[in-house]
Design a protein around this ligand. Structure first.
Ligand SMILES: Nc1ncnc2c1ncn2[C@@H]1O[C@H](COP(=O)(O)OP(=O)(O)O)[C@@H](O)[C@H]1O
Ligand SMILES: [Mg+2]
Length: 229
């Protein structure tokens, strides 16, 4: 199958006072379209750093990241924003929903951002319909007018998944999506990912939980700043 995203020898370090903390020391990986990959490793092994680089939220110090034929780590501002908005969807451990917006508005946010104020009035009905459909799919039909703080953790994460999928991104990136949930609720989130993957969604999910990782179709382990082979 076709490769969707690929890194070559990426390195990333952080300055800690006088010393350099080398987090990624030459990471090579390649994800194929339609895969569900779990990235595992100890706390502090660079999983989030790697995921942020794959989603163009961060850049490596050296090495390259290709999304299909596009060199991600060299994208300029306009194309970078487009990539972040259209090509990747992000799900975080602590949801990162906006508390002042309703559930429906949170789910629609990526579409609002890409359409802008001019196109909004004419496109709003379609966007609302899509957001509603996604929320319904994830069991949130009766919650659309609620604010995130009125929801349980599992519900919040399902809103975050709906939001991540709003613009139908080819690549879904999730950073410890079950990390803040009890195991049963976490299991529900994982089932949602598995279903999405069965429908063709490419997913890269960071987790430090082996049992969660086992559910993915492939596991990549980060060890000493590299992919353990
Ligand atoms: N912006 C930053 N500045 C300095 N150190 C950072 C920064 N981001 C991450 N780190 C450090 O890099 C290491 C890897 O972090 P991270 O990618 O978050 O690991 P993981 O997600 O596997 O727990 C950790 O030691 C962390 O403290
Ligand atoms: Mg992390």
């Amino acid at each position: 199958m076709e490769t969707i995203i690929k890194t070559d020898n990426i390195k990333k370090s952080y300055k800690m006072g006088k010393t350099q903390l080398e987090v990624l020391r030459g990471v090579d990986l390649s994800i194929k379209k339609g895969e569900f990959v779990a990235v595992v490793g100890a706390s502090g092994s660079g999983k989030s750093t790697l995921l942020h680089i794959l989603g163009a939220l961060d850049t490596p110090d050296s090495g390259s990241v290709h999304y299909q034929d596009q060199r991600l780590d060299r994208l300029r501002w306009g194309k970078l924003n487009h990539f972040r908005n259209k090509t990747v969807g992000f799900v975080f451990q602590f949801y990162h929903l906006l508390d002042e917006l309703t559930v429906l508005e949170n789910a629609m946010a990526p579409a609002m951002a890409s359409v802008g104020t001019v196109g909004w009035p004419s496109l709003k009905p379609k966007i609302q319909e899509r957001a509603y459909g996604l929320l319904e799919r994830f069991g949130l039909k009766d919650r659309i007018k609620h604010k995130p703080y009125e929801l349980s953790g599992g519900e919040r994460q399902r809103v975050a998944i709906a939001r991540a999928l709003m613009n139908a991104p080819p690549l879904l990136l999730a950073d410890e999506p079950t990390g803040n949930l009890d195991s049963q609720t976490g299991h529900g989130i994982l089932e949602a990912f598995k279903e999405l993957n069965a429908e063709g969604q490419t997913i890269v999910m960071v987790t430090h939980d082996e049992r969660i990782a086992d559910q993915a179709s492939r596991t990549i382990q980060l060890l000493d700043g590299k992919v353990k082979s």
